[in-house]
Design a protein around this ligand. Structure first.
Ligand SMILES: NC(=O)c1ccc[n+]([C@@H]2O[C@H](COP(=O)([O-])OP(=O)(O)OC[C@H]3O[C@@H](n4cnc5c(N)ncnc54)[C@H](O)[C@@H]3O)[C@@H](O)[C@H]2O)c1
Length: 150
């Protein structure tokens, strides 16, 4: 089962995406929705799916390195779909700092957390693949050897 980490899933695009994914894949996927529930986030958008066993909501800020790293450490995340953002243009004129913080630094936190988690996994899966290939090669050699002898 693939596990998706969706950020900003309580917002407009994120909640529609989550509905779309469950409609399309139903129980073939698991979705973890990470949202800080700012003025723009509304869990009412997800009321109809909140009790699904393959859905989890985590209230967290994407700028919070520890919280995001913990989510990666505790879940075997396969894909990240990143919608969490400050998105209203008039607010960006009044308060640009929060836009830079969430949209730039928050995105960097997500990228670094994924790199830290998947860097290790890539190395581990490369080793697992190599060891599988080695034992397969050994098994094949053994088979050939036994068929020549018989
Ligand atoms: N709405 C559109 O038509 C549209 C079109 C193209 C692209 N986009 C992009 O898609 C993304 C999402 O847009 P949207 O319209 O759904 O926005 P939205 O404002 O409706 O939702 C943003 C969500 O992110 C959450 N959030 C904000 N800051 C956060 C933080 N620091 N940590 C965790 N969660 C946080 C909010 O609580 C909210 O649920 C944005 O990057 C936007 O630019 C939107």
């Amino acid at each position: 089962m693939r596990t998706y980490l969706v950020t900003g899933g309580a917002g407009f695009i994120g909640s529609n995406y989550i509905h779309y994914m469950f409609k399309k894949y139903d129980n073939e996927i698991r979705i973890i929705n990470v949202d800080a529930l700012t003025y723009a986030g509304n869990l009412e958008n997800l009321k109809d799916i909140e009790n699904r066993e393959n859905y989890t909501f985590v209230k967290a800020d994407i700028c919070d390195k520890e919280a995001i790293s913990r989510i990666f450490a505790e879940n075997d995340i396969d894909r990240v779909v990143h919608f969490a953002a400050e998105s209203h243009v008039d607010r960006s004129i009044k308060n640009p700092e929060v836009f830079v913080k969430t949209n730039v630094l928050g995105t960097l936190v997500m990228l670094n957390a994924a790199k830290a988690a998947w860097g290790c996994r890539t190395e581990a899966s490369r080793r697992a693949r190599n060891s599988r290939a080695t034992s397969q090669a050994a098994a094949t050699t053994m088979d050939r050897f036994s068929s020549r002898r018989s």
